[in-house]
Design a protein around this ligand. Sequence first.
Ligand SMILES: Nc1nc2c(c(=O)[nH]1)N[C@H]1C(S)=C(S)[C@@H](COP(=O)(O)O)O[C@H]1N2
Ligand SMILES: [Mo]
Length: 526
Amino acid sequence: MTTSRASWQRPAFAGLGGLLAGYAALAVAELIAAVVRPEAGPITAVGGAAIDRTPAPVKDWAIRTFGEDDKVVLQLGIIAVLGLLAIALGLVALRHRRLGAAGVLVFGVVGALAATSRPDSASLTDGLPSLAGALAGAGALYWQIGRLVPRTVAEPSGASPEPGWDRRGFLLSAAVVAAASTGAGAVGRALGGTRTRGAVASREAVVLPRPASPAAPVPRGAQLRVAGLSSFVTPNKDFYRVDTALVVPKVDAGRWQLRIHGRGVRRPLTLTFQDLLGRELIERDITLACVSNEVGGPYVGNARWIGVRLSDVLEEAGVRPPSRGGPADQLVARSVDGMTLGTPVEDVMDGRDALLALGMNGEPLPFDHGFPVRMVVPGLYGYVSACKWIEDIELTTFDAYDPYWVKRKWARKAPVKTQSRIDTPKPFARPEAGTVVVAGVAWAQHRGIDRVEVRVDDGPWQMADLATEDTADTWRQWSYRWAATPGTHTLTVRATDRTGQVQTERRTRTIPDGASGRHSVVVSVD
Ligand SMILES: Nc1nc2c(c(=O)[nH]1)N[C@H]1C(S)=C(S)[C@@H](COP(=O)(O)O)O[C@H]1N2
Ligand SMILES: [Mo]
C-alpha cells in the first residue's frame, strides 16, 4: 500500500526534514546564546565574522548599496544560505543518514569557530550555542530521516517483501521538531528580554544633570528656512548609525565601568556611571562624520552632546600628551563588543572639547549611539575617535598597537576633510526656470567653515550665503539663489575652511582616510 506513494515525496520530505533540522539548530543555539551571551548566537557570530573579514571595498559597496539596512541584508543572506544548505543536508541524509547528521555538526563547528574568533569573544563558551544547536539539529535530522527509510515488511504470504516508509511517522516527527524548536526559540527570546530590561530600565532612570558649562543657544541664523535642507541639529532618530554590531549592545548603566590604564598612566582609574554624572559636565555641539561617507553622502550628523571632558579625566590619571613628555601617543578605546578605536593623545588633550558623552540632544545616549557612554572628539572621523559602548581606555603608542579598522587598511590618523554637500535641489530634480534656492551643509570640524561657493556648469565660482556659525566644531548651512535657465545643468559646491584650505577637486575613495572631491547635482530646469 505504500509503494504507490509518488516518488517525489521522499526527497521533498527529506528537504523539509533538513530545513526543520536547521531551524531546530538555530533555535537551540539562540536559546543557549541567551544564557551564554546574545552575541554568541550563530547568525550574529557568523555575520560578525563576515563583517570582520569583509575587505574594505566590499564593505563600502554594501554601505553604499544597502545603506543602514546592510546588516539586515547580511543576516537574511546568511539565513537563506543556511536554508539551502539544510535542504541539501536533508537530501544527503536520505541516502547516508549519518553523513547528513555529521554535516550539521560541521556547520556547528564553523559557527563555534566564528563565535570564538570575534574580537569581543572573551572565552570559549562563546562556541557553546553553535555546538549545542548543531547537536540538536543533527539529532533532529537523524530522527526525522529515520522515518523515511524504507522498512522491509515481511509479508505473511511469503511474497516478496514490500518496501515501505512511514509517512505518518515522518510528519509526526517533523511536527515535533517544529514545535520543540519554536518553543526553544520563544524561551530564548524571553531570556534575552530579561537581560535587556535591566539596561532599558537603567537608561530610563538617568536624569542628566545641568552642565556646569552649557553650550550657548544655537544662533537663530544657524538654521536657514529652506525646504529640503538638513536641519542644523540632527534629531536622534534621524542620526546616522555606523557600527559593526549585529546586536546593539544593551548595557546596564548600574553595572557599567570605565577603566583607564596603560603607558604613562600614573593613577589608573575605574569610573562608574554615577562617578561621571557627579563630575563637572560640559555641553557642546559637535558634528560627527563617518570616514565611509561618500562625497554627497548621508553619514554625517550634528548633535548637542553632554559629557565629561576627556582631558580632565586623563589629567587626573596622570596622563601627559607627547608634547609634554608623555610616553603614550595613542589612546585605544575599547567597547563592550570588542571594537577598538585609536585616537591621538595629543588631539584629545590639545584644548578641544573631546568628550566622554553621556547625553545626546537632551536625552541619555540612545542604545544605538552608545549608551551609557561614548567618546566624541571634534575634528576626527568616527572610526578614530567616537567609541560607542566604551568600557576601557588604554594609553599606548601607534607603534605598539593597531586597532580594528587600522588592521583593515584604514589610516591610523584621520582628521575630518573639508567637505560640502548640496541638499536641495535633489539629483534629477525638475525645478521651474527662475529663482531656485540651492542649499546644503559644509563641514570642517575644529577648523570651521569660512566660505562656500557654487558653480553652475563650467561657469565661475559664485559666493554662497553662509548661515551663522554655531561653533568651529559644527557644520554650517549655506544657500545660493540661482537664476535658473531652461535646460540641463550641473551644480557643484566647494567649501573653504578657516585655515584657508579650499576643498579639493581631487576625487579619492573613502579608503584609507576619507573621500575627497566635490559634490555636484544634475538638474533639468523646465
Ligand atoms: N563600539 C563601536 N563604536 C563605534 C563604531 C563601532 O563599530 N563600534 N563605529 C564608529 C564609526 S565608524 C562611526 S562613524 C561612529 C558612528 O557613530 P553613530 O553610529 O552614533 O553615528 O561610531 C564609531 N564608534
Ligand atoms: Mo565611521
